[in-house]
Design a protein around this ligand. Structure first.
Ligand SMILES: NC(=O)c1ccc[n+]([C@@H]2O[C@H](COP(=O)([O-])OP(=O)(O)OC[C@H]3O[C@@H](n4cnc5c(N)ncnc54)[C@H](O)[C@@H]3O)[C@@H](O)[C@H]2O)c1
Ligand SMILES: O=C(O)[C@H](O)COP(=O)(O)O
Length: 467
């Protein structure tokens, strides 16, 4: 069993001491301190909400050029926000993550167990993107670290990119444009097609796949899709029972599955064999989903007439040289192919998507940090309660993340029984449970006792007391 995590306070005068496991000497009353003020949730919040603690004590590290919308929301809370444009290599990440309560990343930063083990103060991770495969979600949950993402704010951007790629491949636009850049006029119609009447095969009919389905049908394509779950078809799209059935029928195959052990090399030699001769492959999901040497072989043989890759098995942490990387030994082969579009993971990189993601994830982080609300979390149970207001002084919000084992609620309620519990909610997800209780008429000593007693339970993963 994983031992409970002790949150280590950063240096400095921490008047939010009651939020974390701290010694009594640093404890100050949340009620009498000036730390709760109507200005707490300045961003789109009712002015009468309580500020839960000195928000300026919260340290946030934002990596990978998280959009300004997100930065602004977090800064407006008074949090200390450090912003970096790139991801960080593991050794530097470990140094930085030791100190912070919150980290915001995109798809490049690998938050493995090895890294998270060092994150002694970390309360929450914000993935300012769709994918969460770069985070060890289970390790995070087991250590009381909630993870949030933006499940669909860039779906439309990816779908539009794929539409552009379908036409670009069908008309060999990349090759013609490259030739003109080199000064060559090469007017051809051989093997250039309209997309009207062609069949698009979508693998993974989730947010992106289904959005793409609508756009493709509007341009006269026939849409089929394969998904591991049975899903309602949009428009006149049709679900096919197997991946092979899709590969055999589609003129264009486009991949929109998450990175999982099951999707690693989902498209390899055997799948290219099944595809129609002269068909096209598009991958804007994750680089591991396509076996790159198998794709190179299929393109050289003429089986596949064109491909678009937005994602790669090894992507760099920052902009700059890429195919010189030793890990990408197939880089030269890819660059030498005809009718292949290579883009640097830009599927979700539009102003619209990045702004929306910045707002969505930053707001989820604020709700979690300030209120303990987990709505939208991908790894801990989703629990919500309304915000406390200034009309309700001397309240405390108790948050207890614990192992989902028999008898915990009885013990927690024995601890809370001496107080007036206004409201209590609890939910579980696998072996993790999340309990929130609003307790009224509590004094400084009561809060300390509640914390000490909850901390002493063997089921405890993390205790937080807000207000
Ligand atoms: N290129 C980019 O910039 C970019 C942007 C956004 C998302 N993505 C990637 O695209 C992926 C899909 O995004 P989404 O929002 O549509 O996700 P989603 O979760 O809404 O949909 C994924 C679908 O894939 C299906 N699926 C899972 N495993 C499968 C399998 N083995 N075979 C067939 N279907 C399977 C699921 O049932 C689900 O319907 C994300 O996980 C992310 O990795 C890339
Ligand atoms: O998961 C995602 O949302 C996409 O892969 C985009 O990732 P990015 O934010 O790192 O571009």
């Amino acid at each position: 069993m994983t031992p409970p995590r002790e949150i280590v306070q950063p240096t400095g005068d921490i008047t939010a001491a009651h939020q974390f496991s701290v010694s009594p000497s640093t404890f100050q009353s949340p009620i009498s301190s000036s730390s709760f003020m109507a200005s707490a949730l300045a961003h789109r919040s009712a002015p009468k909400q309580l500020k839960p603690f000195n928000t300026e004590d919260i340290k946030i590290l934002l990596l990978e050029n998280v959009n300004k919308t997100g930065q602004d929301i977090l800064k407006a809370q008074g949090y200390q926000v450090e912003f970096l444009k790139t991801s960080l290599p593991e050794d530097q990440l470990i140094e930085k993550i030791r100190d912070v309560h919150v980290i915001g990343i995109r798809s490049k930063t690998k938050l493995t167990a090895n890294v998270l083990r060092e994150a002694k103060n970390l309360l929450v991770i914000g993935c300012f993107c769709i994918g969460t495969n770069q985070v060890d979600l289970d390790y995070a949950a087991q250590h009381g670290i909630a993870v949030f993402n933006s499940p669909f704010a860039n779906s439309r951007s990816v779908a539009e990119l794929v539409i552009a790629e379908i036409i670009t491949l069908a008309r060999q636009l990349g090759d013609r444009s490259n030739e003109m850049h080199r000064g060559t006029w090469n007017k051809v119609s051989n093997k250039c097609w309209e997309i009207r009447g062609k069949t698009l095969g979508i693998v993974g009919y989730g947010h992106i796949g289904s959005q793409l389905s609508v756009l493709a049908e509007a341009m006269g394509m026939t849409v089929i899709y394969y998904d591991v779950v049975t899903l309602m078809a949009i428009g006149t799209a049709r679900q096919v029972p197997t991946l092979d059935a899709l590969l055999e029928e589609a003129d264009f195959v486009t991949l929109h599955v998450p990175e999982t052990p099951e999707t690693k090399n989902l498209i390899s030699n055997a799948q290219f064999e099944k595809m129609k001769t002269g068909s096209y492959l598009i991958n804007a999901s994750r680089g591991t989903v396509v076996d790159i040497p198998a794709l190179i072989k299929a393109m050289r043989s003429g089986k596949v007439a064109g491909a678009a890759l937005d994602v790669f098995p090894n992507e760099p942490a920052a902009n700059g040289d890429y195919f010189t990387n030793d890990l990408n030994q197939w880089g030269e082969d890819l660059r030498g192919l005809n009718n292949i579009i290579l883009t640097p993971h830009i599927g979700g990189s539009t102003e619209e998507a990045q702004r929306a993601i910045g707002v969505e994830v930053a707001e989820a982080l604020v709700r979690y940090i300030n209120q303990g609300v987990t709505t939208g979390s991908v790894n801990v149970p989703e629990v919500t309660m309304r915000s406390l207001t200034l009309d309700e002084p001397n309240h405390a919000r108790v948050i207890y993340i614990h192992r989902n084992v028999p008898g915990v609620l009885r013990k927690v309620n024995e601890i809370l029984a001496e107080h007036n519990v206004d409201k209590q909610i609890s939910d579980s997800k696998g072996d993790i449970a999340y309990l929130m209780a609003d307790v009224s008429e509590v004094k400084q000593d009561d809060i300390k006792n509640i914390r000490d007693n909850l901390d002493s339970l063997s089921s405890r993963i993390l205790t937080r007391i807000l207000y």
